[in-house]
Design a protein around this ligand. Structure first.
Ligand code: ATP
Length: 267
């Protein structure tokens, strides 16, 4: 069984990444480094380039210039499944699973780690059955880590919105990632669901030693969870630092509140 969680995750380094869509520069020389085991938030106003940056990190978008490396391995030209196999898993902003049970969805997440071939699985050879049992046990553990243990056999369609979003998180964890990319993990949730998800992400980071890259508009969550924050505006990195540093940065206040703004709570 794959166990990538016993060693510290490698450094994820984003260097001078530029992405252009026709005439629009969505990312313009973006650089930041995600330290092993840290939570690194990527924030910025609408259209700042956060999702584009996630798409570059996960291989859905090829930059016109710049590189992304994970522990020295360049990810920039790899297909999404190769990047996932190297230990970079992501959740999506809007995709919320509605088919099958929680267990079914988590086992789909384990699929990429299966060693047994199609024939061995179809013939139910002992090695394939054993492997399947191990994957199921790990999927159950991950359901526990994400607060879904009591819903393991529940159809996803019957879960609350917050629980369904956490199925998406659990499915990504089933890849045993070393770097987890969370795209707006609490979007659309109520206050209780947000608090629960924040708790889960904090526990995951502590328990699994993952690095987390977080895109989130909920500044309370960012301030609570992030070790480092990179702020984008119109595709350019305008600030970098701890949550406290960036929330006081005049450039950040300007980007969020407009010229000459001086509000304390902008970031
Ligand atoms: N496939 C695309 N084709 C053309 N333009 C795009 C494409 N994807 C993104 N853009 C543009 O690139 C810019 C950055 O978009 P992006 O979605 O990365 O921003 P964002 O910070 O994630 O915004 P939001 O917070 O609203 O999700 C925007 O101007 C957007 O319209």
């Amino acid at each position: 069984m794959t166990d990538r969680t016993t060693t510290a995750p490698p450094v994820l380094d984003v260097r001078d990444v530029t992405v252009r869509f026709a005439g629009l520069t969505a990312l313009d020389g973006v650089s930041f480094t995600v330290a092993p085991g840290s939570v690194h938030a990527l924030i910025g106003p609408n259209g700042a380039g956060k999702s584009t940056c996630f798409n570059v990190l996960s291989g859905l978008c090829r930059p016109a210039a710049g590189t992304v490396t994970l522990g020295g391995t360049e990810l920039t030209r790899l297909a999404p499944h190769r990047i996932a196999a190297l230990g970079v898993a992501r959740t999506f902003q809007n995709i919320v699973t509605t088919h099958g049970t929680v267990a079914d969805n988590l086992m789909l997440g384990r699929h990429a780690l299966s060693r047994a071939g199609f024939a061995a699985s179809a013939l139910r050879l002992p090695s394939a059955v054993r492997e399947q049992r191990e994957h199921l046990a790990r999927a159950r553990e991950i359901a526990g880590l994400t607060g879904l243990a009591h819903h393991f056999d529940t159809p996803v369609a019957l879960l609350s919105y917050g629980d369904r979003k956490r199925v998406e998180l659990a499915r990504a964890l089933c890849l045993e990632p070393r770097v987890l990319l969370l795209d707006e993990p609490v979007a659309g949730m109520n206050a209780a669901e947000r608090a629960r998800t924040a708790e889960v992400v904090g526990e995951l980071r502590a328990g699994l030693g993952l690095s987390v890259v977080l895109v989130e508009h909920d500044m309370g969550l960012v301030m609570r969870l992030a070790d480092d924050v990179t702020v984008l505006d119109f595709g350019r990195p305008i600030a970098h630092g701890t949550p406290d540093e960036v929330r006081r940065d005049p450039e950040v206040l300007r980007a969020y509140l407009g010229t000459d703004a001086t509000g304390e709570d902008a970031a």
